[in-house]
Design a protein around this ligand. Structure first.
Ligand code: IPM
Ligand code: MN
Length: 371
């Protein structure tokens, strides 16, 4: 028996999660385990009704689980950033999910916008740092007299944040990126470990030529870690350059390890080359704690309740969840089920089919049962 927490969230979140649950249950039945789901009512509706984003009770409740199955959050009635920071980022940080694992893999039968690339050419994994960098939330917007305060107190800020601002503008904003040796080391080691079971190549992403303090430390840690894996090849790329190589030569990559913000950006590009956001899953992983699996797309509010959203990214995230729980065979079967649905064209409109959200989930569940 596996106990799994579920946060459907906003927009299409609950629908795609329902499809995912049906598929994972079918996999459980096939491979001899039960899943006990516990739903958590977290998202825009509750926030609008009560003002609560994540309560102490939510966190204490979620803490008891090894895995959370997460749909999506985001709602037009709420100012951008509130739900994202208050729920999604808060969960990642609270549970110290320092790995954001995002496979970039084009399944057979899927179309990529890249010319002349086959499935075997697009098969790598991005390991995105998930708790540091510009996501730590240290920043401020200052106007007029507030800005003068910053100047007056510049020494204080310099000590605290390394900030040194010269400007005549009467309004300014700053945001601090933080990389710690420990934070970089744990995610980079994870990437090298992962490469041992793959093609033994790790690519680091940074912008150490300009943001040389934060990403200079990142690079140092990357090099030190690489020395511990003599049989594994390693290389550096600048973030601007890697976007180019993702498009031109995706077959070069095996494991790509990246600081948080660059990881956010390059995985949307990755999603597009693997066949679209409707197909891109992600895992927010703390190997010793509570991990969370989600599609990397958002809540698509305009499709809410219409049973048309593509559930494949969520089902794939469910496969990652099963693998995380040690159910490797079941996880593989779920992925094969996704491939079968693509082969048989039981897919939603965004992929050129006419199936519904629940139709895709039910079909894959049946395929697994019959397999
Ligand atoms: C993602 C998303 C989030 C991020 C947002 C919604 C906070 O874009 O998971 O990639 O920036 O990490
Ligand atoms: Mn993103």
């Amino acid at each position: 028996m596996h106990k799994v927490a579920v946060i459907g969230g906003d927009g299409i979140g609950p629908e795609i999660i329902d499809s995912g649950k049906i598929v994972l249950e079918a996999a459980g039945e096939k491979f001899g385990f039960d899943i006990d789901w516990t739903g958590f009512d977290i998202g825009a509706d509750r926030y609008l009704a009560t003002g609560e984003l994540l309560t102490e009770d939510d966190l204490k409740g979620l803490e008891k689980f090894q895995a959370i199955y997460f749909g999506a959050i985001g709602d037009e009635r709420v100012k951008p950033g509130i739900l994202e920071k208050g729920i999604l980022l808060n969960l990642r940080f609270y549970f110290d999910q320092y790995i954001n694992l995002r496979p970039i893999r084009m399944l057979a039968g899927v179309e990529t916008p890249l010319a002349n690339k086959r499935p075997e050419d697009i098969d790598f994994v991005v390991v995105r740092e998930n708790t540091e960098d510009f996501y730590v939330g240290i920043g401020s917007r200052l106007k007029g007299h507030e800005k003068k305060m910053l100047e007056v107190n510049r020494d204080l800020y310099s000590v605290k944040f390394g900030l040194d601002v010269e400007t005549d503008s009467d309004e300014l904003a700053y945001q601090i990126g933080v990389i710690s040796r420990e934070g970089a080391s744990r995610v980079i080691s994870y990437a090298f470990d992962m490469a041992q079971d793959r093609k033994k190549k790790v690519t680091s992403v940074d912008k150490a030529n300009v943001l040389s303090d934060v990403y200079g430390l990142w690079r140092d840690v990357f090099l030190e870690t690489a020395e511990k894996y003599p049989g594994t090849s390693h290389e550096f790329t600048f973030v601007d350059a890697i976007t180019m190589w993702f498009v031109k030569n995706p077959e070069w990559f095996d494991v790509v390890v990246t600081p948080n913000m660059f990881g956010d950006i390059i995985t949307d590009l990755g999603a597009m080359i693997q066949g679209g956001l409707g197909l891109a899953p992600g895992g927010n992983i703390n190997p010793e704690g509570t991990s969370m699996f989600e599609p990397i797309h958002g809540s698509a509010p305009k499709y809410k309740g219409q049973n048309v959203a593509n559930p494949l990214a969520t089902i794939w995230a469910g496969s990652m969840l099963l693998e995380h729980l040690g159910e490797k065979e079941a996880a593989d079967r779920v992925l094969q089920g996704i491939e079968a649905s693509i082969r048989e064209k039981i897919v939603t409109k965004d992929m050129g089919g006419s199936a519904s959200t629940s139709g895709v989930g039910d079909w894959i569940a049946r395929w697994i049962s019959d397999s």
